[in-house]
Design a protein around this ligand. Structure first.
Ligand code: GLU
Length: 445
């Protein structure tokens, strides 16, 4: 019997064309649209070039596998009907079911969701959880909506996605402006349709209905494990170090709080309503209360105002980017003075900023590594739901730490071995894994 051979993922220097008589397809001309999708494609093309990815695999991985657009009419509290647009994109399914959050944001559109879905594929592959990548979004402003309106929107979206999602198919989770309650409504909606409880269809659920210990803080906790690891590698003692955090939502708030527990002085925070800075360090608990009551940290007593742009250029040891994409660009990258730039958000740094940051000696912890704590603990939640057996917070954090630091170690080693920046190293590892899985499964039919 002939031994099976593993399909190669590298381009052959020369060789037969795949279809006799037809020229082997060239790699698509790298056209990079603006915004998040352009950034995601440019990063992917760099990684594909670096690993000499087979052109056919490049063409497959450059595109999303499946995309949906949904019209979502929602009855508002005043009786009007508002029609929102929702998206779900599954980028790749070679390594397992699709996985990725759902965001409610005025700027959500198909291209952004495509970029975010692609980043989820690389993230899951980099930290080696058995998922493909997906993302969902609804173009809406949930901050202007009542909780009942948000619930109706979430339930309508879940109804439209009923044929798309499922524990074996595609498992959504929280993202920008969505939370455990939104996941609960979506999980309940799908369960009502099927007639029985399906906890494994969503992750990031409340503990009461099958959520996991540690999921709430997981992304911020992962950011902090990565910062600790990077600080150790560059010889920066964290006790007494200073930090600034852009974004004070689920990720930024947890990262700030957990950094402070390590003795880091968090001196600046910004959010959607403004920002605050205090040279002697911020009272994070007071800021959290203020943000809950007023919707923003802005104007907190004993602080001075600061903009997002100013925060990025602060003379601190660590900057955590935990807001939206596209924050550090070729224009402002030269102003970053931090030694560590930790990407808690997805796509916060544009490709034209990377060479500048590298030349200036800034240690960038790339998003697909830095913010992977969320999806890692989502994976744990999904496993616990399948087994109906739940783990303690200590078990969760211990496993999270091991999984994310193993990936971090691979990234730093690859960066050193190939003399490349850590983003390229992370993407190269991830694209190689996904390409290998895609090649091994082969083309059907
Ligand atoms: N939305 C988070 C992310 O961007 C978590 C995704 C998940 O847990 O599926 O990584």
């Amino acid at each position: 019997m002939q031994e099976s051979t593993i399909a190669p993922v590298r381009a052959r220097a020369a060789g037969p064309t795949t279809t006799p008589g037809r020229p082997r397809p060239e790699a698509p001309a790298p056209a990079h649209p603006a915004g998040a999708l352009g950034a995601a494609l440019e990063q992917f093309d760099r990684a594909a070039d670096h690993i000499s990815l087979d052109p056919e695999l490049r063409a497959i991985l450059r595109q999303a596998r499946r995309e949906w657009m949904f019209s979502l009419p929602v009855r508002m509290d005043d009786g009007r009907t508002e029609v929102y647009t929702g998206y779900r994109v599954q980028h790749n399914l070679s390594r397992g079911p699709a996985k990725g959050g759902i965001r409610f944001h005025p700027q959500a559109d198909l291209d952004e969701v495509r970029a975010l879905a692609m980043w989820m594929t690389w993230k899951c592959a980099l930290v080696d959880v058995p998922f493909g990548g997906a993302k969902g979004g609804v173009a809406c402003d949930p901050l202007q909506m009542s909780p009942r309106e948000v619930e109706r929107l979430a339930r309508r979206f879940a109804t439209e996605m009923a044929e798309v999602i499922g524990p074996e198919r595609d498992i959504p989770a929280p993202d920008v402006n969505t939370n455990a309650q939104v996941m609960a409504w979506m999980m309940d909606t799908l369960s009502m349709h099927r007639g029985y409880s399906i906890p494994g269809v969503m992750t990031g659920k409340p503990l009461e209905i099958g959520g996991s210990e540690g999921r709430g803080d997981a992304t911020g906790q992962g950011v902090v494990y990565c910062v600790e690891d990077a600080a150790r590698r560059i010889g920066l003692p964290l006790a007494g170090a200073t930090a600034a955090v852009q974004g004070f939502g689920n990720v930024g708030e947890a990262a700030a709080r957990l950094l402070a527990q390590l003795g880091v002085e968090v001196i600046a925070v910004t959010d959607i309503g403004g920002g605050v800075v205090a040279a002697g360090g911020l009272d994070l608990a007071a800021l959290r209360d203020r943000a809950r009551q007023t919707g923003s940290v802005a104007g907190a007593p004993g602080t001075f105002p600061i903009t997002n742009e100013e925060l990025i250029g602060l003379d601190v040891d660590v900057v955590v980017l935990a807001a939206l994409d596209g924050q550090v660009t070729g224009k402002n990258a030269g102003r970053v003075r931090a030694r560590i730039l930790a990407e808690g958000a997805n796509g916060p740094t544009m490709p034209d900023a990377d060479p500048i940051l590298r030349a200036n000696g800034v240690t960038v912890i790339p998003d697909i590594l830095c913010n992977a704590g969320g999806v890692i603990v989502s994976y744990f939640e999904w496993v616990q739901n399948r087994e109906a057996l739940f783990w303690t917070l200590e078990e969760i954090n211990d496993r999270l730490r091991r999984v994310i630091l193993r990936a971090a170690d691979r990234v730093w080693r690859r960066a050193a071995d190939d003399d490349i920046d850590p983003r390229l190293a992370a993407q190269a590892i991830a694209v190689e894994r996904v390409a290998r899985a895609t090649a091994i499964r082969g083309l059907y039919p």
